[in-house]
Design a protein around this ligand. Structure first.
Ligand code: NDP
Length: 350
């Protein structure tokens, strides 16, 4: 993805935000809250009051709405105005049927103690039976009435309960289907994006349609994720530009024209991740980050060279990008159900 995207993306000098199709602004950096647990309340208030965040990303499924709501209340009690905050939440898979959309949103507002959301996203484009197992059993993954659900999302905008609506974890195929009937276009598409999974195809498709992209798991996530903080290219660039690896990864996302939602519950890292303005990654470093290979497969290539078994297949491996959050645990049942593999989940587009 060329760096010129940055210019097209209307990054605002003053308040560091991107303009959505609706004309509303989304702040370029937001705080992620997945796996923040009971720390979410302090993280949110620290982010807003001490680090200058105005954008918080959460979801019903993260189980932290009440903590996030408390953090937002603390920030507003300290003088931050609601209109200056941008709060995103997401409609979970078990509520992905038309009659459940409005009750789910009302419940989310109550948990967050808010009277409107800035952005409401379809979390994943798959319906799950309430109480579905992980991995799912037969009958856990159900049909999803995309048009019916989207109509209900559109009504939430008309009723001023939500300012913008959007999607997450969509493929090109699903995005094309949605835009074919949408009366209100999705303002935002939230997707996994970092140098190890750039997802250029979706970014380009969204930009062509004027749909803003938010990059999730920008640091490679955690636990079973990918440790980009210690990636040699990221470390080299960080040393060169005299920033931390986390800042380099967040800045890379902004320079692609995406907003970005790093998660942290550590006050110092929350602040660190916000210090990504008034400097740029030089083009050669941006490009180096945009061509980080898949390290596991790169090791296979080196081993093959050592064994004098270098092959063209090995070369293909080194260019491969890889998702961290592929949804296997949530949606794939190898023997029974609509998705027998991760490739099925992603419409065989990867
Ligand atoms: P991130 O890529 O943001 O990585 C978070 C991890 O990085 C944590 O372990 C955190 O630890 C650590 N970390 C944070 N800042 C730094 C830093 N500067 N240096 C070193 N380590 C750091 O992972 P997430 O998967 O949480 O993604 C971010 C957010 O995106 C989520 O919290 C959620 O809001 C959203 N998301 C949306 C999804 C969707 O389906 N729409 C799916 C996944 C995520 P510590 O807290 O200790 O600092």
């Amino acid at each position: 993805m060329a760096q010129s995207t940055v210019l097209r993306a209307k990054e605002d000098e003053q308040c560091y935000s991107f303009v959505l199709l609706s004309g509303h602004r989304i702040p370029a950096v937001g705080l992620g809250t997945w796996r923040s647990g009971s720390d979410a309340s302090n993280s949110v208030s620290t982010a807003v009051l001490e680090a200058g965040y105005r954008h918080i990303d959460t979801a019903w499924e993260y189980g932290v709405h009440e903590e996030v709501g408390q953090g937002l209340k603390d920030a507003m009690d300290a003088g931050i105005e609601r209109k200056d905050l941008f709060v995103t939440s997401k409609l979970w898979c078990s509520d992905l049927s038309p009659e459940r959309v409005r009750p789910a949103l009302l419940n989310t507002l109550e948990e967050l103690r808010l009277d409107y959301l800035d952005l409401y996203l379809i979390h994943w484009p798959f319906r799950l039976r309430e109480g579905a197992s992980r991995p799912p059993q037969a009958g856990d993954v159900l049909d999803f009435d995309m048009e019916g659900v989207w109509r209900e999302m559109e009504k939430l905008v008309a009723q001023n309960l939500v300012r913008d609506i959007g999607v997450s974890n969509f493929t090109l195929k699903k995005l094309n289907k949605l835009t074919s009937f949408a009366q209100t276009m999705p303002s935002v598409c939230q997707m996994e994006m970092h140098p190890g999974w750039r997802n250029d195809k979706m970014l380009e498709a969204c930009q062509k349609n004027g749909i803003h992209v938010t990059a999730y798991s920008p640091l490679g996530s955690q636990e079973n994720g990918r440790d980009l903080i210690h990636d040699p290219t990221v470390e080299r660039v960080a040393k060169k530009v005299n920033k931390s690896p986390g800042q380099v990864l967040v800045r890379w996302a902004i320079q692609r024209g995406t907003s970005v939602i790093p998660k942290s519950t550590n006050p110092e890292r929350i602040k660190e991740n916000m210090h990504v303005f008034n400097w740029v990654l030089p083009e050669e470093d941006f490009n180096a980050l945009s061509s980080i290979p898949d390290q596991v497969r790169a090791t296979v290539l080196c081993f093959n060279i050592f064994m004098k078994r270098y092959s063209f297949d090995g070369f293909r491996y080194i260019l491969k990008q890889k998702r961290v959050l592929h949804g296997e645990d949530l949606f794939v049942n190898k023997n029974d159900g609509p998705f027998r593999s991760v490739e099925d989940v992603w419409d065989h587009e990867d």
